[in-house]
Structure formats: structure tokens, C-alpha cells
Design a protein around this ligand. Structure first.
Ligand code: NCD
Ligand code: ZN
Ligand code: ZN
Length: 479
């Protein structure tokens, strides 16, 4: 019997991590069933003419804060995933600093159910790894956490940062599960002490936020996390790399064979301390946007593979929360999920890197490090049809008020960009078509934990974990 595709896209340029080529793509039941010459395509219920457009694997933004449940005035899962879809992002991973904190199977199950009702794109949900959740690691994995998030330093939500002892025990607990632990790598004791002194001395300007969190805050945290990962065999991912200095401990750990990956975000590549005067507290984010001299090393680290992933740390807040006069009371973070692709493509158009590099950082690598490849992150036969269909020539200006997030304030307002996703397809279905939301797509997104397939875990020093040592003592005591 002749196969009839649900959708065939003609005349577009397909982008992979290695090359770009003209091809048609046929989709059936959410999956790509053919890529090639138009003449070889099956007949289709629907066709799309993508003449002049590029077909990219939908971006996987593995670091967003959609604030649901807990802070609907900032964002919720519907508005956040809608913004994602308009930004060519087809999978997001949501962070666990929602209310209540995602630290038990029960809370995670409720959040998974909520997200499934509202999501316009696919998603993964993080669970927190902290003192109180260590013993719940197996339960959180069973219920469907995509990975773990550990806050080495305080940030929005004020989830307590574990001591190094608690961290080691947490890594010991996660290592045998094979899941990856993403780290907010800023050492709390350094920055809290310094912030206290700055505040006591009366400093409260936007740039004092940077003064409270010098580069060493992050460098020390990355190095310490890498040592614990090396000892336990836990897989880790360094979030929001903001400085040149973090690259050395990251490179050295990679060279030692530690399973460590790294992420940076557009604001560390494109904004600098020179933007504080223009943006005031709006630019406040953890870790801080730093001196311009960090930008070149971060780009170089992306190009040489030291940094693996571009994500956004989309962290929306309200107008009032971002515009307070005292910098210490301004909520840290700002929106990003909808504009990551245009911001990055603008730099690609300027010759910073190739569009293949971009696809590697935004789709291929996150899919690989989270065990979703090749189901996601690549346009090839058998993969989910998650596609961002992009006009690389389109010039436009970011206006915060026109973005789809509930939050309407960011340091990007007024920035000129080149490149706009025109259509976004999630598992074969248009969520956005001709820049228009398609009806009935709320609730189409689903959790990717069910397809996550991490490589076999390699826990190390298992005879010396807290659990193993306790066990041994028990046997000796009772012998
Ligand atoms: C994030 C938030 O608001 O949830 N804020 C931020 O400044 N990045 C938390 C975080 O990722 O640190
Ligand atoms: Zn963080
Ligand atoms: Zn974050």
C-alpha cells in the first residue's frame, strides 16, 4: 500500500551539524519518514512551500524557569511554552525552583500533570538535589525527572545551597542512576559574605551586583563540582557559564575524562558590564553579566567544544520586580526563550560561527547530553519532526511587549536582530504557522523523560560512598 505522508515540506534548506542542503522532508505520525529530492517524496495530505527558508532542528532549551506553579504573574507553563514555540524552540527543560520546590515524587507528579495540560512544546522537568531530597533520588527518577538541579549558591527562590558534604552525598546518590546534575555553580559563602559587606557599606547600584559576585565565585564552584563528579562518576552540567575563568577548570576536567558539560547563554556572549548604565537593575541576573573581555573566550570555548550548549536561563519577572531602586531587592534574571534563536542567528549572520555550529549548540548537543539523540536534535529519518523553519534574512527589532511571555521586560528591548522562525513544528504538528499560533496545541507538548535514554551509569568509588561505609560499619558492629 502506498504511504501517504501527513506533511511534506518542499524547497527548504535543511541544516545539520555538518552541512546545509536543499531537500524536501516528509512527515508521518510525528516522525520524519523521508528526506531528499522532491520527486522521491510520498504523496501528502498537506504540503508546505519553504522556499527561501531554512529548516533547523527545533532548539532544545534545557534551562528555563516557567514559574508554574507559584508565580503566575511572571509566567506559567502555557505562556512559557508559547514563547518557546514562537522562538523555534521545540523542547524545554523547566527548573525546579517553582512553588513548592520540586523535591519529591509527589510534587514532581503534580507538576508533570500540570505541564501536560498546558504545554505547547515538549518538555522535561528537573528535580532539585539538596540536603532534603538526597534520599528521594530514586523516587524522583521513577516519577520522571529529566535530571537534577543543584544550587551551589543562592538565587531566585532561595533554595538552600548544600554544603560540600551534602553535595558529595547527593552526587553519590545520583551517579548510579546515570542522570545528569546541572549546577548553578556559584559558591554561596563567597558571594554572601561580599554582598553583606557591600550592603553594610551602603552600596546599592546595579554594578554592585557584579562586585558581589566576582569571577572567582564561579571558578571555585566549577572546580569543586568537577572534583566531586570525578570522584563519584556523577554526570554534571555547568549552567550559565559567564566568565573566561571558568573555562580552565572545565577544560581540565574534560581532559581528565570527567563527564562534564557546559552551557552559556546569549547574555554572556552579547551583553557586558557596559550595558548596566543603559539597563540598570533590569540586567541583574545570576551569575552577573560581566566585563566585555569575557565574551571572546566564551565564543572560542563554544567553537572548540569546551562549552557544549546554548540555553537561555529564561527567568521572567514582572516590571515592578525588575525596576526597584535598590539592586539587592531586584529579582535576578530575565526572559530569553523566544529570542535566543534570533539573537544567535544574528551573530551567525555576522560571521561569528556557522549555522551548523549553531545547530550543534542549540539542538544536537543538548539532545546528546540528555539522552534524547537521535530521537530529538536532528532532522533525519526516524527522528521526531521537531522543526524550526526560519527566515535567516528577516531583519526586525525585539520589543519586549510583543513577546509571548507574561513578563514584558528585558535588557534586549530595542535590539536589532536578523533571523525569525516563521513556522514551528512539534512532532509533526504546526504549533506556529506563518507566525500564528495554531488552535488546539495547548496540551500537545509531552514530557521527554519517557524517551530519555542515558548511557550506562559509571559510578566510581562505590565502596567509599556514605551509604557503603554505613553498611560496612553496621556489619562489623553486628558481627
Ligand atoms: C533564575 C530565576 O529567576 O529563577 N535567576 C537568575 O538570575 N538566573 C535562577 C537561576 O538560574 O539562577
Ligand atoms: Zn542558576
Ligand atoms: Zn536558571
Amino acid at each position: 500500500m502506498e504511504t501517504i505522508a501527513d506533511l511534506v515540506i518542499h524547497n527548504g534548506t535543511v541544516v545539520s551539524a555538518d552541512t546545509t542542503y536543499a531537500a524536501s522532508i516528509a512527515i508521518k505520525d510525528g516522525v520524519i519518514i523521508a528526506i531528499g529530492n522532491a520527486k522521491t517524496m510520498p504523496s501528502a495530505k498537506e504540503t508546505l512551500d519553504a522556499n527561501g527558508l531554512h529548516l533547523l532542528p527545533g532548539a532544545i532549551d534545557d534551562h528555563v524557569h516557567f514559574r508554574d506553579p507559584g508565580y503566575p504573574h511572571k509566567e506559567d507553563f502555557a505562556s512559557g511554552t508559547l514563547a518557546a514555540a514562537f522562538g523555534g524552540v521545540t523542547t524545554i527543560f523547566d527548573m525546579p525552583n517553582t512553588l513548592p520546590t520540586v523535591d519529591s515524587g509527589e510534587v514532581l507528579a503534580a507538576k508533570l500533570e500540570m505541564a501536560a495540560q498546558k504545554a505547547h512544546v515538549d518538555f522535561g522537568l528537573y528535580a532539585v538535589l539538596g540536603a532534603t531530597s538526597i534520599e528521594r533520588v530514586p523516587e524522583l527518577v521513577d516519577v520522571g525527572a529529566i535530571g537534577f538541579k543543584l544550587y551551589m549558591g543562592n538565587t531566585f527562590g532561595r533554595i538552600p545551597s548544600p554544603s560540600t558534604g551534602e553535595m558529595l552525598e547527593g552526587f553519590e546518590a545520583v551517579a548510579p542512576t546515570g542522570k545528569r546534575i546541572s549546577l548553578h555553580a556559584e559558591t554561596n559563602s563567597i558571594m554572601e559574605r561580599r554582598e553583606g559587606k557591600l550592603r553594610a557599606a551602603g552600596y546599592s547600584a546595579a554594578l554592585d551586583h557584579l562586585a558581589a559576585r566576582p569571577e572567582v565565585v564561579a571558578i571555585e564552584a566549577v572546580a569543586r563540582a568537577a572534583i566531586l563528579a570525578e570522584w563519584t562518576g556523577a554526570r554534571i552540567n555547568i549552567l550559565h557559564i559567564s566568565s573566561a575563568g571558568e573555562l580552565r577548570p572545565l577544560r581540565e576536567a574534560k581532559a581528565r575524562g570527567v563527564d562534564i558539560t557546559g552551557e552559556t547563554c546569549p547574555h554572556y556572549l552579547m551583553l557586558s558590564s557596559e550595558d548596566y548604565a543603559r539597563c540598570s537593575g533590569v540586567i541583574r541576573v545570576n551569575p552577573p553579566v560581566r566585563e566585555a573581555r569575557n565574551q571572546e573566550p566564551l565564543w572560542a570555548a563554544l567553537l572548540d567544544g569546551t562549552i557544549d550548549v546554548i540555553a537561555t536561563d529564561h527567568a521572567p519577572h514582572s516590571q515592578e520586580e525588575k525596576t526597584r531602586n535598590d539592586i539587592w531587592t531586584v529579582d535576578a534574571g530575565f526572559l530569553g526563550v523566544e529570542i535566543q534563536m534570533p539573537l544567535m542567528l544574528t551573530e551567525i549572520a555576522r560571521g561569528r560561527a556557522s549555522i551548523c555550529d549553531y545547530v550543534r549548540w542549540s539542538a544536537v548537543n543538548p539532545a546528546k547530553i540528555w539522552g534524547l539523540y537521535p530521537r530529538k536534535g536532528v532532522l533525519q529519518v526516524g527522528a521526531d519532526a521537531d522543526i524550526a523553519i526560519v527566515d535567516l534574512k528577516r531583519n526586525w527589532t525585539i520589543k519586549d511587549t510583543e513577546l509571548h511571555s507574561t513578563s514584558k521586560i528585558s535588557p534586549w528591548d530595542g535590539r536589532k536582530v536578523q533571523g525569525l522562525p516563521i513556522h514551528t513544528i512539534v512532532r509533526g504538528r504546526f504549533v506556529v504557522k506563518d507566525r500564528t499560533l495554531q488552535a488546539g496545541t495547548r496540551g500537545w507538548g509531552r514530557s521527554v523523560h519517557s524517551i530519555q535514554n542515558m548511557p550506562k551509569p559509571v559510578p566510581l568509588n562505590v565502596d567509599q560512598t556514605t551509604a557503603a561505609v554505613l553498611q560496612k560499619t553496621f556489619h562489623q558492629a553486628s558481627a
